[in-house]
Structure formats: structure tokens, C-alpha cells
Write a protein that binds this ligand. Structure first.
Ligand SMILES: Cc1cc2nc3c(=O)[nH]c(=O)nc-3n(C[C@H](O)[C@H](O)[C@H](O)COP(=O)(O)O)c2cc1C
Length: 192
């Protein structure tokens, strides 16, 4: 007798990002990789060799990293968890990221309550202002913070070093990967 395979619920982790000189972008790539690895690990721990199709609670999670100028509130509303990633500029999040929030804020208001989020900031020497701004907006959306903002400092503060392409140290990439992994595993397993 043929047995019906239960449908697999597809969840989504959305990474919304901006980068001018590549630092945030490298961190986003690391976070996405960490998320993919955590998903593979969680699925193999939960389902082993039997496969996801054998469990009535089976769900999967896809990771999408989207530049903030290319998406709007629709992408947020489809996401089960969100990572916001931006450089700090003039004590604030980068302009395109702010524009993203301005476009998405009211269309998404009261429609994201309780969803988990985390923040990743790439900054020269500070980063706190950008992190605070995003926390305030996320608070307005009633998102649930799952970790303290990850702030990665590049040390750039002269015009030359600010304009230069950024190389992020492997220890910092590892922290970004860990954050992506934490957000993905928690969203997949529904722990928040
Ligand atoms: C216009 C401008 C303003 C900046 N202002 C700040 C700032 O207020 N605080 C800070 O820590 N870094 C500041 N920076 C440095 C950037 O945050 C840093 O270069 C970061 O690595 C950029 O990330 P990205 O490589 O993803 O573009 C500024 C950079 C630019 C271009």
C-alpha cells in the first residue's frame, strides 16, 4: 500500500543587507554559510537516515540573502526569521538600509510580531549607533531579539582606509557564521 508523504513546511531565513566596501557582504556570506551548515546538522540530528519525509513535524528552512535596495516588506512578511546586516555610517545604519526600513515599516507593522531577528554591524571604530537604531525599529515591529548585535570593527577611520575594500578576519567571519547558525537552527526547530 502506498503511504502518503507528509508535506514539508518550508520556513525562510531572510538576510537583509547592505555593503559599500565589502565588509558587511563578507560577513553576510559567512552568516549564510553558518545557517546552511546548522540546517544540515539539525536535519540530520532530527531525522537521521530516515529522511524528513518520515516525520509528521518535518520542516525545512531556506536561507535567502537579499540586498536591501532590491526587496521590500513582502520579503519580510514571508520570512520566519531575519538577520539585518549593515555598515555604520555617520553614527547610523547605512542610508540604503534606512530607506529599506522606511519603505517596509508601515506595510509590515503588526504583521511580524514575535518573529526572531538578529543584527550584524560592520563599522570602523564604533557601530553602537547603527545597532541601537535597528533595535528600536525591530522593537516597533515587536520582533524578538535572539542575540546581542554582532558588531565587527574594521578599524577604518581615515578617508583612504574607509574607501578601501575590507578584508574581515577569520575570527570575525566565524562569529558571523555562528550567529547565522544560531538564528537558523532556532527558527528551524521553532525554539522561539
Ligand atoms: C560615509 C561614511 C561614514 C562612516 N561613519 C562611520 C561611523 O560613524 N562609525 C564607524 O564606526 N564607522 C563609520 N564608517 C566606516 C564604515 O562603517 C566601515 O568602513 C565599514 O567597514 C563599512 O562596511 P562595508 O565594507 O560593508 O561597506 C563610515 C564610512 C563611511 C563611508
Amino acid at each position: 500500500m502506498a503511504t502518503e508523504t507528509p508535506p514539508i513546511a518550508q520556513k525562510r531565513l531572510l538576510i537583509v543587507w547592505w555593503s559599500y566596501t565589502g565588509g558587511t557582504e563578507s560577513l553576510v556570506q559567512a552568516a549564510a554559510k553558518g545557517a546552511d551548515e546548522a540546517i544540515a546538522q539539525a536535519e540530520s540530528a532530527a531525522f537521521g537516515d530516515t529522511g524528513r519525509g518520515s516525520s509528521p513535524d518535518a520542516s525545512s528552512l531556506s536561507v535567502m540573502a537579499c540586498r536591501c535596495d532590491l526587496i521590500g516588506s513582502d520579503a519580510l512578511l514571508r520570512a520566519d526569521a531575519v538577520l539585518f546586516a549593515t555598515p555604520e555610517c555617520l553614527g547610523s545604519m547605512a542610508g540604503p538600509m534606512k530607506t529599506f526600513f522606511e519603505r517596509a515599516y508601515y506595510p509590515a507593522l503588526d504583521r511580524l510580531n514575535g518573529r526572531p531577528y538578529a543584527t550584524l554591524i560592520c563599522a570602523g571604530t564604533d557601530g553602537q549607533g547603527a545597532a541601537r537604531q535597528i533595535d528600536r525599529i525591530a522593537n516597533g515591529w515587536r520582533l524578538r531579539s535572539i542575540a546581542a548585535p554582532l558588531i565587527v570593527l574594521t578599524g577604518a577611520q581615515t578617508p583612504e582606509s574607509i574607501a578601501a575594500p575590507k578584508q574581515i578576519e577569520s575570527a570575525e567571519l566565524a562569529r558571523a557564521s555562528e550567529l547565522g547558525g544560531l538564528l537558523a537552527a532556532g527558527a528551524l526547530l521553532g525554539v522561539w
